[in-house]
Write a protein that binds this ligand. Structure first.
Ligand code: ZN
Length: 425
């Protein structure tokens, strides 16, 4: 760790700019960045990175190389106009360790707005919480990266190691944004991703697969319903079969370190359903959109093979066999474990203590994280660590303002100690 005096200078610098940081966060939350609509928000990030004096690289993420990568999730949107933004600072005296500060710009749909207590896009602060879609997941963290970096300069110091600040797309659906940044050539000695993680460090997390199941039926007039085959009724059978697979995977949790103590680590979500064409026609089709998790150490290919076998079995179980087809159309991502004891983690323990006044804890999360890109394909210690939040992906999402302040401090102190600092010119 750096000296106590420098530590105090950096903590003070974060405090001094914190109102400005909240305003920047609110501006970003108030700029919706749903899938394939992230460009206005990325414009804001680009402008801020340039304002911090970083060299900016912005590119649309699609490429044959990306599509050929084993960690690529099949995309259902056009990547031609979807960009990643990366700001790079290479110091004149480049003698220290390097770091990537990563965050995702995309947010999930807000759902029926009438069920929010306020607009999902007003970014208001009440009683110590900032509200809005993406406030916690993860615009507060993304802006915290920028202000942590700038706190070093504000403290009258200069980093002596390379820093890349990444704002990526596609974290909520494929993980292809961070993967594209890796394929662009960005590497460092450590990665920090301030996702909403309860002021704690993610030790292990699941992989995720997305797929669509299409069930085919036989349409008839309901007056002769017995001669048709109802694809929507059949979809219930498919769901039951998938739930059996889900329970089997959950019963295997003892085989996977860090997952034994979770009540239900593997969650299968039927996230969407549609089917049929007409109330007076027996439905000829039903489609369901599904998300399921897999343990670290289970390959996506192996999990997918089991899912396909499960779907095939569902189509033959009943009195009448039917067609059921699964198609991958998003995440095809494996989980990872952050092995304890890295230099990066040991340093974070110290900076967390300095910022929060208490010990760092770690935990296992049954959700997808882009950390899998850096850990799985580049072997970089990756610290997914960020603020306290509530209702991410739900109504009235919110992030704790004081937690954001302390996380920013912890990350700023990490930068100073990891990269090294000198007095600024
Ligand atoms: Zn997130």
């Amino acid at each position: 760790m750096i000296s106590e005096a420098m530590t105090q200078q950096i903590l003070d610098a974060v405090d001094a700019a914190f109102d400005e940081q909240l305003a920047a966060t609110a501006e970003l939350v108030a700029t919706p960045s749903l899938r394939a609509g992230e460009e206005a928000a990325q414009d804001l990030i680009e402008e801020r990175l340039r304002g911090l004096g970083l060299d900016v690289d912005r590119w649309s993420i699609g490429s044959p190389e990306l599509e050929a990568h084993p960690g690529y999730g099949p995309a259902t949107v056009d990547y031609g106009t979807m960009t990643n933004v990366v700001g790079t600072a290479i110091p004149a005296q480049d003698t220290g360790r390097s770091v990537i500060l990563n965050g995702h710009i995309d947010v999930v749909p807000e759902g029926p707005e009438a069920q929010w207590a306020r607009s999902p896009w007003d970014a208001e602060i009440h009683d110590g919480w900032m509200y809005g879609r993406g406030a916690g997941d993860m615009k507060a963290g993304l802006i915290a990266n920028l202000f942590a970096f700038d706190a070093i300069r504000r403290a009258g110091l200069a980093l002596t190691g390379r820093v890349h600040i990444q704002s990526v797309v596609e974290e909520e659906c494929t993980g292809n944004g961070s993967l594209a940044a890796l394929l662009r050539g960005y590497r460092a000695d450590a990665v920090i991703i301030p996702e909403p993680e309860e002021d704690a460090l993610v030790r292990a997390n699941v992989g995720v697969i997305w797929f669509t199941v299409r069930v085919s039926g036989q349409p008839t007039h309901p007056r002769e319903m017995e001669t048709g085959f109802n694809a929507i009724d059949a979809a219930y059978q498919v769901i039951s079969e998938l739930r059996v697979l889900e329970e089997r995977w959950n019963q295997e949790k003892d085989q996977y370190p860090y997952f034994e103590d979770l009540a239900h680590p593997i969650n299968l979500n039927i996230g969407g359903i549609q089917g049929g064409d007409w109330p007076s026609s027996v439905p000829a089709w039903c489609e369901m959109r599904v998300r399921v998790a897999l343990y670290p150490g289970v390959s996506a290919d192996s999990a997918w093979a089991q899912i396909e076998a499960c779907l095939a079995a569902a189509g033959t179980r009943g009195a009448v066999p039917f067609d059921v087809v699964g198609t991958r159309d998003g995440f095809y991502a494996e989980g990872y474990v952050l092995e304890p004891g890295s230099d990066a983690e040991l340093l974070l323990e110290e900076t967390h203590r300095a910022a929060f006044g208490r010990e760092l804890t770690s935990f296992t999360t049954p959700g997808y994280l882009d950390g899998r890109v850096f850990v799985g394909y580049a072997d970089i210690p990756t610290l997914v660590y960020g603020p306290v939040s509530e209702n991410i992906h739900g109504f009235d999402e919110r992030v704790s303002v004081e937690s954001v302040r302390n996380c920013t401090k912890s990350i700023a102190l990490f930068l100073a100690s990891w990269c090294g600092v000198t007095a600024a010119d």
